[in-house]
Design a protein around this ligand. Structure first.
Ligand code: NAP
Length: 337
């Protein structure tokens, strides 16, 4: 564990490149370190910092999950069971499974973050969610000082949601996911119904895409729309896509005919946060050093030298503009520290 009076610089450890220091820092490269270290007091579990808004210095312990490793654990007639350490880069892991000939995760290409962070918000994209291919995970409980496992049922996965969020464990730094196992069925079917991906495949003249072709289409779409954090610091989609009651969506649709509406299984309707932000005039607009990206209004960007307070100011202004125009509340997706 490193501790020093000035603390550990978290600037390079968050993709929004916000300034801040942690009083204590522990880089975990093997699960056994968790039991051996002094992890008492306030705590934050960090992956690649791609879903984080740093509001200043943190007077606690940052536990940086960097456990490597990925391998085929088991294979039966129906599926491959693939395990990965929490610190593996998510996109690299997905590309590796495809290279091995184990499809299923291709739609989730280029989602930022680590394998260990992926189950927390049940990452999803272009019609596929992690939960569909999740088998189990192992996590460390800092309070009980013990490992435990979570399977598909006990994970309580929902749209960008899981047990870890529902119990507040992630926010409180209560647990750290150390490893995840995926079940990738051998009976593969392409999922390419989302307009952006379908259009990309048509543009490439691909009628019956293989998993690799879908991954390439997703990567092409995302590269066009989303800024590279190394060039323009950002934390990916900044707000959740709001899910509203059907009568609310119908009323909004009557006054805004272009409103994209996606009916959900529970009868409610999902709206596209990026569309609402754009219509509220915030696409490509800045307030001080923080703005909403010109090619995808859902992405908040640090134009250079921003602080956590700058992010909160722009966030509040965007929320107010959307509330004023649509009476819809946007909630931020990242964790605030
Ligand atoms: P987009 O493709 O412009 O879609 C905007 C919204 O419309 C999303 O809520 C999306 O649902 C919904 N949508 C679009 N086509 C749909 C269809 N055919 N059926 C049902 N819903 C549909 O979104 P984007 O912002 O550019 O992001 C691209 C993809 O990456 C999306 O799937 C998004 O959810 C995903 N993404 C995931 C994360 C994450 O897991 N943390 C972060 C950023 C982006 P869905 O939300 O269900 O896809």
């Amino acid at each position: 564990m490193s501790t020093c009076p000035a603390g550990v610089d978290l600037g390079p450890l968050n993709t929004l490149a916000l300034p801040g220091h942690a009083a204590r820092y522990l880089r975990v490269t093997a699960a056994g370190q968790l039991a051996a270290a002094d992890t008492g007091g306030r705590r934050f579990v960090l992956g690649s910092g791609s879903n984080l808004v740093l509001t200043g210095d943190f007077d606690g312990l940052v536990v940086h999950m960097a456990i490597p490793g990925r391998r085929l654990l088991h294979e039966d007639a129906d599926a491959w069971y693939v395990g990965a350490g929490a610190g593996e880069n998510w996109h690299d892991f997905v590309q590796w499974t495809l290279a091995q000939g184990w499809p299923g995760l291709e739609n989730l290409s280029l989602i930022p973050g680590t394998v260990g962070a992926a189950p927390v918000q049940n990452i999803g994209a272009y019609g596929v969610e992690l939960a569909e291919h999740f088998h189990s995970l192992t996590a460390w409980d800092f309070e009980k000082q013990a490992f435990f496992t979570v399977d598909r049922d006990s994970g309580r996965f929902a749209y960008r949601d899981s047990l870890f969020k529902q119990e507040g464990w992630h926010r409180d730094g209560r647990v750290a996911i150390t490893a995840v196992v995926f079940r990738l069925p051998k009976a593969w079917r392409p999922v390419c119904g989302y307009a952006d991906v379908a259009a990309e495949l048509v543009a490439q003249g691909i009628a019956s895409p293989a998993p690799r072709a879908i991954a390439d289409a997703v990567i092409a779409v995302r590269r066009r729309k989303l800024p590279d954090p190394a060039a323009i610091p950002n934390a990916g989609s900044f707000f959740h896509n709001p899910v509203v009651e059907r009568d609310v969506a119908e009323a909004l649709k009557a006054s805004h005919p272009g409103l994209p509406c996606y009916p959900q299984a529970d009868g409610r309707v999902k709206l596209a946060a990026g569309w609402l932000i754009e219509q509220a005039g915030w696409k490509g607009k800045d307030l001080g050093p923080v703005g909403m990206y010109e090619r995808q209004a859902l992405v908040l960007v640090n134009r250079g030298g921003a602080s956590g307070a700058d992010v909160q100011r722009t966030m509040a202004a965007v929320q107010a503009a959307v509330r004023e125009k649509f009476a819809v509340d946007l909630t931020p997706e990242p964790v605030f520290l």
